[in-house]
Design a protein around this ligand. Sequence first.
Ligand code: NAD
Length: 270
Amino acid sequence: MPKLDGKNVLITGASSGIGQAIAIRFAQEGANVAINYRSGAEQAQVTRKIVEESYASMGKPGRKAIVVQADVAYEEQVKAMFQKVLEAFGSLEVLVNNAGIQKPQASHEIEMADFDRVVSVDLRGPFICAREAIRHFLSCGAGGVILNNSSVHEIIPKPKYVSYSISKGGMENMTRTLALEYAGRGIRVNAVGPGAVVTPINRAWIDNPKAKAEVESHIPMGRAAWPEEIASVFAFLASDEASYITGQTIYACGGLTLYPEFRVAWASGE
Ligand code: NAD
C-alpha cells in the first residue's frame, strides 16, 4: 500500500530541485500533487509530465496533478493558490513549504530590499502558506501535515548568507511553535534540514568539479546529496508512519551537523 495513497498535497517551488523530487516521490506514493511555481511555467509543466508518467506506470489513472502559479511572498497570491488547489482537489492533507532563495552578500553591504526579499520568500511565505493550510485543516476537522524545507543553516551559522540563516533559524521556531499550538487538533508540523544538495540553488559549484570537491571535502560522508535522498525524508514525515512525530527537524546532511572539524582529535593534546 503506497504511503500517501489518495492524499492531496501542495508543494511550493516544485518546478525544480528538491521540490520537483518531492512531487515525483509523493506521486509514486499515490498522492495527488499540486505543483506550485513562481516563474518558469515550462519547467513546472515538466514536473507535471513526470508526475503523470508515474501515475500511468503505477496504474493510477485517477490520480491528479495540477500546476499553480504564485509567489509565496504575497498573501493574496497564496490565498488564490489555496483556492485553486481546493477547487481542484476538494481538500488538502499535506502542505510542503519548499520554495526558497538565497542571496550571498557580506552582511555590511546588504541592501535592505534584498534582505527583505529573502526573508519574505524563505520565512514569511512559509508562514502564510502554513496559516492557510491550518485554516483549512481546522475547518475540515480532519487534521493535516505541514512540512518545512529548512536547512542545516537552521543551526549552523552561514557568513554572507545572514538573511537565509535568519530565515531558516526562524523556520525552526515556526515549526516548533505551530507544532505545539496545533498538536491537540491533529496537525503535525515538522521540518527537514538538508545539507548540500545537487540542485540549481547551488549552481555556483555543482557543475564545477573543483568547487564541488571543495564543498564535498567538508561533508563527513564525502558527497553532496541527490534531491531524491531529501524527498524520501519528506515522504516518511508526510505519511502515517510518522504519526507520532511533531515539532522536529530531521537533518539529512551527510553528517554536516556533527561538527566535522572534530573528525580528527585536534583539541585532545595527543
Ligand atoms: P531550487 O532553486 O532548485 O528550488 C527552489 C524553488 O523555489 C524553485 O522551484 C523556485 O522557482 C521556487 N521559488 C523561489 N522563489 C519562489 C517564490 N517567491 N514563490 C514560489 N516559489 C519560489 O533549489 P532547491 O535546492 O531545490 O531549494 C529548495 C529548498 O531547499 C529551499 O527552501 C532551500 O533553502 C532548501 N535547501 C536546499 C539545499 C541545497 O543544498 N540545495 C540545502 C538546504 C536547504
